[in-house]
Design a protein around this ligand. Structure first.
Ligand SMILES: [Fe+2]
Length: 323
């Protein structure tokens, strides 16, 4: 005969187990749903509040007139920023992403790496880039490679990486993949330009080339020009910080890679224990920072996911950076 105590214990254990399973299902579903909706972040990386005022004026100009906007001779730029799309592990509505970027007033769009999670994602990524290029109608799209692009898609093979770069650039004449290179983009309505240096990925790159690219962009930038540095892994800041802070010009760096932690863990557990990236261990995980003199660093938490199709506390992001 089974004792009543045993029956009540078994009932308690099974109720507890059912409760735990239900809680896990709810938590996983909530984390999964967070991958589907992107947030839009306005980042004012200028040292003064003037950028905010200029942005308001630019929006007004854009929405009320077809004429080239005039900024009263004050050059400010606004850069759309995407990162870490990780095709095929991207769950947001990509049509909405493209529509949102196309409806904003930007001088360029920067994509800071990890377009693909792996080779399976390449066809969908190329489709996305073609549609994006068409929708942005000539707006410069500046891309740098991420560790997944170089390693998981191309196996760190220089020939495969070069072929991958060609495929991405063939999606539109306004797309340029920067590999320790600089481009100059004229700012609408002003005589100033953006000097953008895009750095090659840390895992395949050469420190000398990274430093040279930053120095060349800084040397070419006149007083009114905007100095923009693009990198995937923010650890590259440690490589080029002397060139950035020593050039005497204010600059903004855009980076990705961290996914803002993707799934929140207390005490920065992911970076302190599970990964060996250096900057996140120092606390540079997501947002706007002043890592070195004369520079603001913005780390975007990305649009797609890596490893698991889950996010917690870090929604997919489109950022607009004004400086
Ligand atoms: Fe990534």
């Amino acid at each position: 005969m089974i004792s009543p105590l045993l029956i009540s214990t078994a009932a308690y254990v099974s109720t507890l187990a059912a409760g735990i399973i239900a809680a896990v299902i709810v938590a996983v579903t909530a984390c999964y749903l967070q991958t589907k909706k992107f947030k839009v972040t306005e980042v004012f990386a200028d040292r003064s509040a003037k950028a905010k005022k200029t942005l308001k004026k630019r929006k007004k100009d854009t929405h009320t007139s077809d004429a080239e906007p005039s900024y009263g001779g004050t050059p400010y730029c606004r850069i759309g920023h995407l990162s870490d799309l990780h095709f095929p592990m991207v769950s947001v509505n990509l049509g909405d992403v493209i529509y949102r970027i196309a409806s904003e007033d930007c001088d360029a769009l920067a994509i800071t790496g990890d377009l693909c999670q792996n080779a399976k994602g390449k066809p969908a990524m190329l489709d996305f880039m073609r549609t994006l290029s068409d929708a942005l109608e000539g707006l410069p799209i500046l891309v740098v490679l991420g560790n997944h692009d170089c390693t998981h898609v191309c196996g760190k093979d220089p020939k495969k990486i070069a072929e991958y770069v060609k495929e991405v650039e063939s999606c539109g004449r306004n797309i340029k993949v920067l590999r320790d290179e600089t481009v100059k983009i004229r700012l609408k309505g002003t005589d100033a330009s953006i000097l953008a240096a895009g750095l090659d990925e840390l895992c395949i790159g050469d420190d000398k080339k990274h430093k040279k690219a930053v120095s060349e962009a800084a040397a070419e930038a006149s007083e009114n020009d905007k100095l923009l540095i693009l990198m995937h892994n923010p650890d590259l800041m440690e490589v080029v910080k002397d060139e950035i802070s020593g050039c005497g010009k204010y600059s903004v760096t855009l980076a990705g890679h961290t996914h803002g932690g993707q799934v929140y863990m207390p005490f920065n557990f992911e970076f302190n224990v599970l990964r060996d990236d250096r900057m996140p261990r120092k606390g540079y995980v997501y947002g706007l920072y002043e890592y070195c003199e004369n520079n603001k660093l913005y780390i975007n938490c990305g649009l797609g996911q890596s490893c698991l199709p889950l996010r917690l506390g870090t929604a997919p992001e489109i950022a607009f950076v004004c400086f």
